[in-house]
Design a protein around this ligand. Structure first.
Ligand SMILES: [Zn+2]
Length: 668
C-alpha cells in the first residue's frame, strides 16, 4: 500500500514539476486586450456644445470674436500649429479665428494665446521637458511651454484633448462637428512620460505628422522633400549609431597606425568578414583623436544634444582582442563595455553639456560589472532578439525575459537608457502582427527602469500593416504613460477612421490577438506565416479574417474613402492568403492578382524591408510555400518511418528469439 502511495505522490510531483514552467507561463502571459466600437456620442464629443457655468464659450452658433495670438518670433512649426488650430476650428464650426502676431493686437481679451504673449510666463517647472501649461479662463485660453516646442505640443494636445479631434494619418484628421464650442475651465501642466520619443516609420516622417503626434525624435522643421526618412529621423542627435569610423577613419589612419584598430586573431584589421571592424579603445591616442573629432562635430552642429559613439554592425568580430582590451573586457564580466564604457565616461567628462551615447548591442550588450556610467552617458539598449507577444514587464518568454534582465542590469549602472524596440515584422511588412496588447506593459516597464527615451522601430516603407494606427498609439503612450487605456485609444481611432466598417475591423483585430494569445508563445520581428500556422495564421483563421473583411467592405459599399481604408486591412489578409501552404494553386493565383492590384492602388512597392513585391512574387513566394508544404509532410514521413522501424525491429527480434531457441534446442 505504502509503495503505491509513494509512487502516486512521486508521479504527481513529477507531473507538477514538468507542468510548473507551463503554469508560470500561463499566469504571466499578457492577456489580449479587447477592442469595442466607441459610441457615436462619445466620438462626437457632444459635451463640447453644452454651455455651462464652469465653461468658456469659444464659439456660439458658428460665431466668435476670439483671436489666435502668436509671438513675433514664432518659429515656423509654431505658426503651422496655430494655422492647424485655426483650420480645425473652422472645419468644426464654420467660425474662422484670425491668427495675429501679438504686437498687432491691443486687447488681450477673447484670445487663444500661444507661447509668451500678453504677459504669459513660461512655466518654471523644470520637469516639464517639452510639455506645457494650459489655462482656460473666463476670457482667454493660454498655452505655453518652456520653449516653443513645448507650446507647439500644447497646441496639438489641445486640438485632440479639448476639441476631441484625432490626428489619424499624415493627411487625415477626425474633427467632430459643432457650431457651438465650449471649454471646461482648467489650469493644468502636462508633461510627457518619456523624454525622447520616436516612432521610426515612413508615415511619421510625412507632412509634419510627427509634430501632431508630439514626437520629438523627428525633424518637423524641414520642408526638404528630397530628405530621406533617415535624414528626417533622429532629431536631437548629432550622430546616431555604428559610427566609430566617423570619428577615426581607416582611410586616414590604418596605413600608418594599424594599432588604432581592432586586433583579430593576432592581426590588426579594419574590416572583418566583409564588414567594418572596430577601434582599439585601450590606445590613448585613439581617445585623443575621437575627442578632437567630436569637438569639431559639435562646433559644426552646436544645437544637437545627443552624440553617439558606437561600434560597427559586425556580428562576427566581438571587439578588439589585444591584451589590454581583452583584460579590461574580462574584468568587466566578459563584455565589450569593459573598454567602451570607461572610454565614453572620459568623453562625457570632456563634454559635460552634451549627452554622450552608445549602443548596447552584440558584444557590448551586457552591462559591465563594477563600472558606473557618468551622468551624461546615454545607453541605447536594443531589444534583440525581441518579442511582441509577451511584455518586458513580465518577461514571460525567453526573449522578453532576456531583454528584461539586460534593462534591469543596465539601470543599476545608469539612469539614462534609451530603449530601441522593434515593433513590426521586418520580413513581412504586410502580415497581420497583433502586438497592441503588450505596449502599455512595456511602457510601464520603461517607466520603472529609468528609460529616458524610446525608439520604436517600425517600417521605413509606405503602407505597412496598421502603420498609422500603430504610430498613433505608440506616440500617445509615450506621452501619456502606461496608465493610458490602449484598448480605448485603438477603439476610438478605428471607430473614427473606419466609420461603419469599424465593428468588423475591431472584430478582426480581436480575433487575431486572441488567437495569438491562445497559441504561440512569441511574436518575432522576422516571423513568416508558417511560424504561426498552428495559431492566429492558420488557414481556418485566415478564412475567418477574409469573411470579416468582406463584411467590413459591404458595410461601407459606395463610400470610396472608407472602402480605401478597409482595403488597407484587406491587404494584410490577402498577403497572408498567398502564403497559405494548403490552398489550391488556383486560389493562390487569385490572391496574388488581388495583392498586386491592392499594392498598386495603395502605392506599396516593398513587402519586406529588403524585398520588393515584384521580387517576392517572382522568387520568394514559391520557395516559401514549398518549404511550408515540406515541413507539413515531415511529421507524416517521421511517423511512417517510425512505424516501419518498429515493425522491422519486431520482425528482427522474432527471428533472433527463434534462432536462439533453435540453438538452445540443438545445444540441449
Ligand atoms: Zn585593443
Amino acid at each position: 500500500m505504502n509503495r503505491y502511495r509513494k509512487r502516486i505522490v512521486s508521479a504527481l510531483m513529477s507531473l507538477l514539476l514538468t507542468a510548473s514552467p507551463l503554469m508560470a507561463y500561463a499566469s504571466e502571459k499578457a492577456e489580449p486586450i479587447v477592442f469595442e466600437p466607441v459610441s457615436e456620442e462619445e466620438l462626437l464629443r457632444n459635451d463640447l456644445a453644452e454651455i455651462g457655468e464652469n465653461k468658456l464659450i469659444l464659439i456660439e452658433d458658428g460665431q466668435t470674436d476670439f483671436t489666435i495670438v502668436i509671438p513675433e518670433n514664432a518659429s515656423d512649426p509654431l505658426r503651422e500649429a496655430a494655422e492647424t488650430l485655426q483650420n480645425t476650428l473652422k472645419q468644426m464650426s464654420g467660425a474662422e479665428l484670425p491668427v495675429v502676431v501679438e504686437n498687432q493686437l491691443e486687447n488681450a481679451e477673447h484670445t487663444i494665446r500661444l507661447d509668451e504673449v500678453f504677459g504669459t510666463e513660461r512655466p518654471a517647472d523644470e520637469e516639464l521637458a517639452d510639455g506645457y501649461r494650459l489655462v482656460i479662463d473666463n476670457t482667454y485660453v493660454s498655452i505655453c511651454g518652456q520653449t516653443q516646442v513645448g507650446t507647439r505640443n500644447g497646441v496639438y494636445a489641445f486640438i485632440e484633448n479639448q476639441l476631441g479631434c484625432l490626428f489619424l494619418t499624415p493627411d487625415d484628421t477626425y474633427v467632430p462637428q459643432h457650431t457651438t464650442v465650449c471649454l471646461v475651465k482648467a489650469d493644468v501642466a502636462d508633461t510627457p512620460a518619456t523624454l525622447w520619443r520616436d516612432v521610426y516609420a515612413y508615415e511619421t516622417a510625412q507632412n509634419h505628422w510627427a509634430a501632431k503626434l508630439r514626437l520629438n525624435g523627428i525633424d518637423v522643421e524641414s520642408d526638404d522633400t528630397d530628405k530621406t526618412i533617415e535624414q528626417l529621423q533622429y532629431e536631437g542627435w548629432g550622430t546616431w549609431c555604428h559610427d566609430c569610423y566617423d570619428y577615426l577613419s581607416p582611410d586616414d589612419y590604418f596605413d600608418e597606425h594599424p594599432e588604432y584598430f581592432s586586433e583579430k586573431k593576432g592581426e590588426r584589421v579594419y574590416t572583418y568578414e566583409g564588414r567594418d571592424a572596430y577601434l582599439c579603445l585601450s590606445n590613448p591616442e585613439v581617445f585623443e583623436i575621437v575627442k578632437n573629432s567630436l569637438a569639431e562635430k559639435i562646433a559644426e552642429n552646436p544645437d544637437q544634444l545627443y552624440w553617439d559613439f558606437s561600434g560597427n554592425d559586425n556580428y562576427a568580430l566581438a571587439g578588439c582582442e589585444c591584451a589590454e582590451c581583452k583584460a579590461a573586457d574580462k574584468a568587466a564580466g566578459g563584455t565589450g563595455m569593459g573598454t567602451l564604457l570607461p572610454f565614453l565616461n572620459k568623453l562625457a567628462k570632456a563634454f559635460p553639456d552634451k549627452y554622450i551615447s552608445t549602443l548596447a548591442y552584440l558584444h557590448t550588450l551586457k552591462a559591465p560589472k563594477n563600472i558606473k556610467a557618468e551622468p551624461n552617458v546615454v545607453i541605447k539598449l536594443c531589444s534583440m532578439p525581441g518579442d511582441q507577444a509577451s511584455s518586458y514587464l513580465n518577461g514571460a518568454n525567453k526573449n522578453a525575459s532576456q531583454f528584461k534582465e539586460q534593462v534591469e542590469e543596465w539601470s543599476k549602472i545608469t539612469d539614462k537608457i534609451v530603449v530601441w524596440d522593434y515593433v513590426v515584422d521586418f520580413a513581412h511588412l504586410l502580415l497581420p502582427f497583433p502586438n497592441f496588447a503588450v505596449q502599455a506593459q512595456n511602457q510601464k516597464f520603461y517607466e520603472d527602469n529609468n528609460i529616458i527615451g524610446v525608439f520604436h522601430q517600425a517600417s521605413r516603407e509606405n503602407g505597412g500593416e496598421f502603420a498609422c494606427l500603430r504610430a498613433f498609439v505608440l506616440s500617445r503612450l509615450m506621452w501619456e504613460g502606461s496608465s493610458m487605456d490602449v484598448a480605448k485609444c485603438v477603439s476610438q481611432y478605428v471607430t473614427a477612421y473606419f466609420g461603419a466598417a469599424a465593428p468588423k475591423i475591431l472584430e478582426y483585430m480581436n480575433l487575431c490577438a486572441s488567437e495569438l494569445s491562445a497559441g504561440d508563445k512569441t511574436l518575432g520581428l522576422y516571423d513568416g506565416l508558417f511560424a504561426h500556422y498552428k495559431s492566429y495564421l492558420s488557414e481556418e483563421n485566415v478564412r475567418q479574417y477574409q469573411d470579416l473583411i468582406a463584411e467590413a467592405k459591404e458595410s461601407v459599399a459606395g463610400d470610396a474613402v472608407l472602402t480605401g481604408r478597409v482595403e488597407e486591412v484587406e491587404l494584410s489578409v490577402v498577403y497572408a492568403t498567398v502564403l497559405l501552404p494548403e490552398i489550391t494553386e488556383e486560389e493562390r493565383q487569385t490572391a496574388v492578382s488581388r495583392l498586386k492590384e491592392l499594392c498598386e492602388t495603395h502605392d506599396i512597392s516593398m513587402v519586406c524591408e529588403w524585398e520588393s513585391l515584384d521580387d517576392f512574387l517572382a522568387n520568394t513566394l514559391t520557395a516559401t510555400v514549398a518549404s511550408s508544404q515540406k515541413a507539413l509532410k515531415r511529421p507524416y514521413i517521421i511517423a511512417v518511418s517510425a512505424v516501419a522501424g518498429v515493425a522491422l525491429l519486431a520482425a528482427a527480434s522474432v527471428l533472433i528469439v527463434k534462432s536462439v531457441k533453435k540453438k538452445k534446442k540443438k545445444a540441449g
